[in-house]
Ligand binder design. Sequence first.
Ligand SMILES: [Zn+2]
Length: 409
Amino acid sequence: MSVLDRFIRYASIDTRSDEHSPTVPSTPGQLVLLRILAEELRAIGLEDVTLDTNGYLMATVPATAGHAVPVIGLLAHVDTSPEMPGTRVRPLVHERYDGRDLVLPDDPTAVLRASEIPELAAQLGHDIVTASGLTLLGADDKAGVAEIVSAADYLMRHPEIPHGAIRIAFTPDEEIGRGADHFDVARFGAVCAYTLDGGARGELEYESFSADAMTLTFGGFNTHPGYAKGRMINAIRVASRFIDRLPTAELSPETTDGYEGFVHPYQLEASVDRTRVKILIRDFVTASLAEKEALVERLAREVVDATPGATLDIRLDEPYRNMREVLDHHPLVVEHAREAMRRAGVVPIEKPIRGGTDGSRLSFMGLPTPNLFAGEHNFHSRLEWVSVQDMEKAVEVIVELAKVWEERA
Ligand SMILES: [Zn+2]
């Protein structure tokens, strides 16, 4: 079965995760796909196929090498973004793309134009897969899932290729930030892993943001507004003065890119008595998070101090850290990925992720995990697309990666 056939099969199952759900995994659709994948991995001949109750599917491609080779891992997430409709996904293959407009038939206003999507313009001659216009496609990350299954299948059918044991894991709830929550690194038993969850052919990502989250609660005093003179302290006014002082010309998502970090107020829960502002703090240098947090705190204190009776409470959370701080101690993990791409005729594109991945957290849980391209484009959109040839190339890169680890062991 081809990587395209696999992808189309997986894409038709609704696996959107749900951040409001308390269950693990967050939605039953993910388990439906995970059970299908477990069957498929067994049928291919993989060993130790286990699906735990939290929705983590693990399996092993057994070693064929005659000597000791480090065990490496391959990861992809089965859930898709809850931000877009994901039921009855109808993948369409637009063969031999020639630069034409790709009109999605279920909503003719949904059109992929080469003039608007430079990465698409570069795909002449490729077969492009899209959804039909009403839903996301789910190439993020079912392309990665299909690529890993296809690579495992290839290695099982070619026992003459020497490689070490390869561990595979398909995980739930990445899109809602819980993908690493119940990942059992010890049971996985690999020295490192690669997520197949990146964009354009060649993408090799081993730097992510370091992320903190601040919750500032401004306290006021509420009374009947008709009799509030000299008594009411309006927390909404205090919080809005603070928000107004946050930097906008710099240090904001709207004005930064590349290696620049930011301070991003993204949620407000307002009442006279109590107003809560949630702020994301991002930087590639973990130490710089503290500077930004000091700035936020100083601005908040200033407005609170200027308002007698107002109070301030600050809570700090640490969602994830820059994976590079771990990967710098394991240079071969990235170096072998570069070499595998070169052997597959792919030029590595190395750029920082302005966000976090499951790999950011897994790296700090003891499993160094950079991210490789899977061919995904226009994530979380009705205009999501993937090239069949890029998926095939990713399969080739995985196979080369297995060989490189064996040769250099
Ligand atoms: Zn993804």
